[in-house]
Ligand binder design. Structure first.
Ligand code: AMP
Length: 451
C-alpha cells in the first residue's frame, strides 16, 4: 500500500514584528538624509564614529535609568555563550561616551565632536512612528559646557531638516536644571504626583517614587492630562542654570531658529540635565489625541511625534563611573523623517539614472567577449546597461528601449571575431561599425556632441 504523505503547507519566514526591510526606493530617502546630515556636521567640525551594535548591558542601565521604559521593558538583552550580559544598543549617546573614555579622548583637543548613523533596537509596541529596529543620525559635542554648544547642536539639527526640504521646523526646549536644582524640583513633582496618585497609570504609580520626572514623558492619556497641571522645572532653576538657558535662547534668537519653551518637556532617559529639546516638523495642537491602528485594535496615542531630540548630559560620565565631563547631543529618528518626506512629497536626489548605453550580445563568442567588455567600459567611465544572461537579440533590444538607452552596442559573432562592434543610435535609428579599441572615445565624442 502506498502511504500518502500529507504535504504540510509551510509558512514563509517573514521579518520579525516591528522590523522592516528597506527596499531600494526607501534606501534613497535614508541616503538623502544621511548625506545632508553628514555634510553639515562635517562642515561644523564633526567626525564619524561607529560603535558596536551590541554592548554590555550595564552601559545602559544606570545612565538611562532603571525606572525608564527603555530599561524596564524595551531592551533586547541576552546572556552570551561566555556568560556576559549583553544588549542590542537602544540608543547612541552612552556608547559614544564609553568610547570617549575607553580611547582616552580626554587628551584630544576639546571639545570632541562626533556623529554616528545606524540601527538601534527597542522592544516597543509597534505603531505609527515606533518600530523595534529604527535608524538614528546623532551628533555629540563632548568636553565643553558653554551654552553655545547646545545652540550649535540645535542649529545643526534645524539646518539638516530645513535643507532636506521641510518648510516648518520647530524646536521645543526646556531646562531640567543641574543635579541640585533638579533635586528640588523632583521633590515638588513627587508631592504633586502623590496628590494625583489615584489618577496615574500603572507604570507611573510604580515609578513615581524612584523618578517622578517619568510622569512628564508618560504616553498614557490620563497622565498627559495630569502633566498639564504639574509644576514646571524652570521655576526651580538656580542662577547658573538660569543663565545657561538664557544663553542658549539668546544664541537661538541670534541664529533666527524658531523655538518654543515647552515647560513640561523631559526626555526619556535619566542622564539629561539642563537643556533638553525635541524637534517637530509641524506644530499640531500640542498633545493632540491621535488614533493609531495596530492590527485590529485602535489605540489612542496622546503624543505628537518628534523627529528628533537631545540635550545636555553633563552627568552621564559620572553615571558610567568616570570623571565628570560636560557634553550635549541630539539624535534624529530616520524612519519618522522618511515618513514625513513622503508626506511632504520631498524627492530623493538619488533616483537611479538608467545608463544611456546598452550592450547587446548574440552568440557564445560575443557573450564571452562581453563579460570583459563591460568592465573595460566601466574603467573607461562609460555607464553601460546589459542583460548578459539573455541570448535573444529582440528581447535585449526591447530592454534597451524600455530603459530609454540612446545607444545600443551590438556584438555578434562576426564583430567578436573582428574586434569591432555595431553602435546603433536608438533615437535616430542609424548605426555604424566601430573598432572596439576606439569604442570608449567614440561614445564620449557622441555624448559631447549631444551637449
Ligand atoms: P531618543 O533616542 O528616545 O531620544 O529618540 C530620538 C529620536 O529617535 C526620536 O525623536 C524618534 O524620532 C526616534 N525614535 C526613538 N524611538 C523610536 C522608535 N521606536 N521607532 C522609531 N523612531 C524612534
Amino acid at each position: 500500500m502506498i502511504k500518502k504523505v500529507k504535504q504540510q503547507k509551510k509558512e514563509m519566514v517573514r521579518t520579525p514584528k516591528g522590523m522592516h526591510d528597506l527596499l531600494p526606493t526607501d534606501v534613497a530617502y535614508y541616503e538623502k538624509i544621511y548625506e545632508k546630515a553628514r555634510l553639515i556636521s562635517e562642515f561644523y567640525g564633526f567626525s564619524p564614529i561607529e560603535t558596536p551594535h551590541v554592548e554590555n548591558t550595564d552601559l545602559f542601565i544606570r545612565p538611562l535609568g532603571e525606572a525608564t521604559d527603555v530599561v524596564e521593558k524595551e531592551m533586547y538583552s541576552f546572556k552570551s555563550k561566555g556568560g556576559d550580559m549583553l544588549t542590542l544598543r537602544p540608543e547612541g549617546t552612552a556608547p559614544v561616551m564609553r568610547a570617549y573614555y575607553e580611547h582616552g579622548m580626554q587628551s584630544w583637543p576639546q571639545p570632541v565632536k562626533l556623529y554616528y548613523n545606524g540601527s538601534f533596537f527597542r522592544h516597543e509596541r509597534p505603531q505609527r512612528g515606533r518600530t523595534r529596529e529604527f535608524r538614528q543620525f546623532g551628533a555629540e559635542i563632548i568636553g565643553e559646557q558653554d551654552p553655545i554648544i547646545d545652540a550649535i547642536l540645535i542649529k545643526i539639527a534645524y539646518l539638516i531638516l530645513k535643507e532636506i526640504g521641510f518648510p516648518n521646523v520647530l524646536i521645543h526646549i526646556n531646562s531640567l536644571g543641574d543635579r541640585d536644582c533638579r533635586g528640588q524640583y523632583k521633590k515638588e513633582l513627587l508631592a504633586f504626583s502623590k496628590k494625583k496618585f489615584n489618577y496615574l497609570c500603572k507604570d507611573c504609580k510604580r515609578r513615581v517614587k524612584d523618578n517622578p520626572l517619568r510622569l512628564l514623558d508618560c504616553k498614557d492619556t490620563a497622565c498627559v492630562e495630569i502633566r498639564a497641571q504639574a509644576p514646571q522645572p524652570i521655576a526651580y532653576l538656580c542662577n547658573n542654570c538660569k543663565a545657561h538657558l538664557k544663553g542658549v535662547l539668546e544664541y537661538l534668537d541670534e541664529g533666527e531658529i524658531p523655538y518654543t519653551i515647552d515647560h513640561h518637556l523631559v526626555r526619556g532617559f535619566d542622564y539629561y540635565g539642563r537643556t533638553v529639546f525635541e524637534i517637530f516638523l509641524e506644530e499640531d495642537e500640542a498633545g493632540a489625541l491621535e488614533e493609531v491602528k495596530e492590527g485590529e485594535n485602535k489605540i489612542v496615542s496622546a503624543v505628537q511625534l518628534a523627529v528628533g531630540g537631545g540635550g545636555r548630559y553633563d552627568e552621564l560620565m559620572t553615571l558610567l563611573g568616570g570623571k565628570s565631563v560636560p557634553a550635549a547631543g541630539f539624535a534624529f529618528g530616520l524612519e519618522r523623517i522618511v515618513h514625513e518626506m513622503k508626506a511632504h512629497e520631498i524627492a530623493t536626489s538619488k533616483i537611479k539614472q538608467s545608463p544611456k548605453v546598452f550592450l547587446v550580445q548574440i552568440g557564445a563568442a560575443a557573450k564571452r567577449r562581453s563579460f570583459k567588455l563591460v568592465e573595460e567600459l566601466r574603467k573607461g567611465g562609460v555607464s553601460v546597461g546589459e542583460s548578459l544572461s539573455r541570448d535573444n537579440l529582440r528581447s535585449q533590444l526591447s530592454i534597451a528601449a524600455k530603459l530609454g538607452a540612446h545607444f545600443s552596442l551590438i556584438l555578434g559573432q562576426k564583430e567578436a571575431m573582428g574586434d569591432t562592434i555595431i553602435v546603433r543610435n536608438m533615437i535616430e535609428g542609424s548605426q555604424e561599425t566601430v573598432m572596439q579599441k576606439n569604442l570608449i572615445d567614440f561614445l564620449k565624442n557622441q555624448s559631447k556632441k549631444k551637449k
